[in-house]
Design a protein around this ligand. Structure first.
Ligand SMILES: [Zn+2]
Ligand SMILES: [Zn+2]
Length: 216
């Protein structure tokens, strides 16, 4: 049972992911414009130029490991947990308010057993290999139509939308987790009411527009 230590850049918010393996989650890279806008949101509002460089790869992709809430816990500094939605309907994007490190993406419903954890919140072992071993290879590249930089440099198999195989695999994992009640415990939602533990900041359409990729 592999544990992955989670830690924001400044170290105030810490957590632990348990039972991490290629079997128990989806290791993917998402190039979608929302994930890119989110990286820019974390960078700009923090006033620290270049922060998104650590979140986004050379093509604007965000490396994510999708797991269930029952695999994810916060162990220190949860008062720094902050929440933004890029639009009223968008994903809940949880981040560390102390240093604006992305922490996790969830949907709005506490009942859905899904947490996407960005690699930027994961701590590598001394040589980085331990984390690579735990996550296994990247199995999918999603929304590559939004990718930036040299298109020829994209990995073979990068899909312009979300690859069907990945959707099928995701649904199977989700269904199994749903039946097993793995939406709980979750550090993101009140167990009784299902409300998020932090009131989300919801960006206005104008604020979202300012976060366009490539500064376009
Ligand atoms: Zn921090
Ligand atoms: Zn995305």
């Amino acid at each position: 049972m592999t544990q992955v230590h989670l830690r924001c850049r400044c170290g105030k918010l810490e957590g632990l992911a348990t039972d991490v393996s290629p079997r128990t989650g989806n290791h993917l890279i998402c190039y979608c414009d929302d994930c890119q806008a989110y990286a820019h949101f974390l960078e700009r509002a923090g006033g620290r130029g270049g922060r998104s460089g650590a979140i986004l790869d050379a093509h604007g992709g965000t490396e994510i490991f999708q797991m269930t809430p029952s695999q994810f816990q916060l162990t220190a500094g949860d008062e720094h947990l902050s929440l933004v939605k890029l639009s009223q309907k968008g994903l809940m994007r949880w981040f560390a308010g102390c240093c604006r490190t992305p922490v996790a993406n969830t949907v709005s419903s506490a009942r859905v057993p899904f947490v996407g954890v960005p690699r930027a919140f994961m701590e590598s072992g001394a040589d980085g290999n331990a984390l690579d071993d735990a996550l296994g290879p990247v199995i999918g590249y999603a929304n590559a139509r939004f990718a930036t930089g040299e298109v020829g440099g994209l990995p073979a198999g990068a899909s312009s939308k979300v690859p069907l195989g990945l959707i099928g695999r995701g649904l199977r994992l989700l269904a199994g987790a749903w039946l097993a009640g793995k939406n709980r415990p979750s550090p993101f939602f009140h167990p009784s009411t299902g409300a998020p533990v932090v009131v989300p900041q919801v960006l206005t359409p104008a604020e979202r527009e300012q976060l366009r990729p490539n500064g376009a």
